[in-house]
Design a protein around this ligand. Structure first.
Ligand SMILES: [Cu+2]
Length: 281
């Protein structure tokens, strides 16, 4: 048996059908998951054998009269203490540092991350790209309509390079991606299993999360919270591609989004002119 074969065999994640990892930090998550699975398996087998043993050992046929002293050995105390120690190691040694990395090391502008907002709704996702200026255009409900689903201010200079798409989020391979997750109605869950990230989408809040894709490919985005009758159909896709393909896609989407904004600017201008004109009687 080679080492690879042994480590494959030891990988309980695989046995339980985990989806392949395609993100930079995913290995650390998988490592911790595998460790937890093994630990839980050992506990499960241990407690279960102990349970079966006590059923047999203390059966009525063998113990017609109760023993008023009970257990005098300290084995169980030591066992329980070791379980607590292992759990503390998982929490303090693995889980908390891993979480700390995800929330403390969000890439800043200097690292030129891809900046996206993901806004859940019943039942789908909007994606708002900040564009090369790294700044999102402002939003106001009065701009909602005419294809401007998110109500982005078409006159805000920050929106001049923005992109809004639905249902298919494109990402650039090997580029850190920061997604600000939010919702338009109820609580949804933004989950990219192959990127090993998941974040609740809460109305009125924007929660940032980040990751770096390391392979190209196309996968599904899952809504990870039961969000209503159409939850099962709330699927979207995401595509990781090389820069050339991503840039081409982005340019197309930018043209389409900016066309919507330009048309809205015209409408707003017309409305303003009508409001300013003297009323006819
Ligand atoms: Cu949902």
């Amino acid at each position: 048996m080679t080492i690879a074969a042994i480590s494959d065999w030891l990988d309980l994640n695989k046995l339980m059908g985990i989806l392949p990892n395609h993100s930079e930090h995913g290995k650390e998550i998988d490592h911790m998951l595998n460790f937890c699975h093994w630990f839980m398996l050992i506990l499960f087998v241990g407690w279960l054998s102990y349970f079966v043993y006590t059923l047999w050992r203390f059966r009525a046929g063998r113990n017609p009269k109760a023993d008023y002293h009970g257990v005098t050995s300290h084995v169980s105390t030591h066992l329980e203490a070791s379980v607590v120690i292992v759990e503390a190691v998982i929490l303090l040694g693995f889980a908390i540092p891993l979480w700390g990395k995800r929330v403390n090391e969000i890439p800043t502008d200097e690292k030129n991350p891809l900046r996206i907002r993901a806004i859940g709704y019943q039942f789908g996702w909007f994606f708002h790209y900040a564009g090369p200026d790294q700044k999102f255009g402002a939003q106001h409900p009065r701009f909602v309509g005419g294809g401007n689903n998110l109500g982005i201010d078409p006159n805000d200079p920050n929106s001049a390079d923005d992109v809004v798409v639905t249902s298919n989020m494109h990402l650039q391979n090997n580029r850190a991606t920061v997604v600000r997750v939010s919702s338009r109605d109820v609580i949804h869950g933004f989950c990219l299993p192959q990127m090993r990230v998941q974040q609740d989408a809460t109305p009125g809040l924007e929660a940032p999360m980040w990751f770096k894709p390391i392979t190209t490919g196309a996968w599904e985005i899952i809504c990870a919270q039961l969000c209503g009758a159409g939850h099962f159909g709330m699927r979207a896709d995401y595509t990781v591609e090389e820069q050339k393909d991503f840039d081409a896609w982005f340019k197309d989407q930018q043209d389409a989004t900016q066309k919507v904004f330009a048309a809205q600017r015209e409408t707003l201008k017309k409305q303003a002119a009508e409001a300013a004109a003297p009323a006819h009687h």
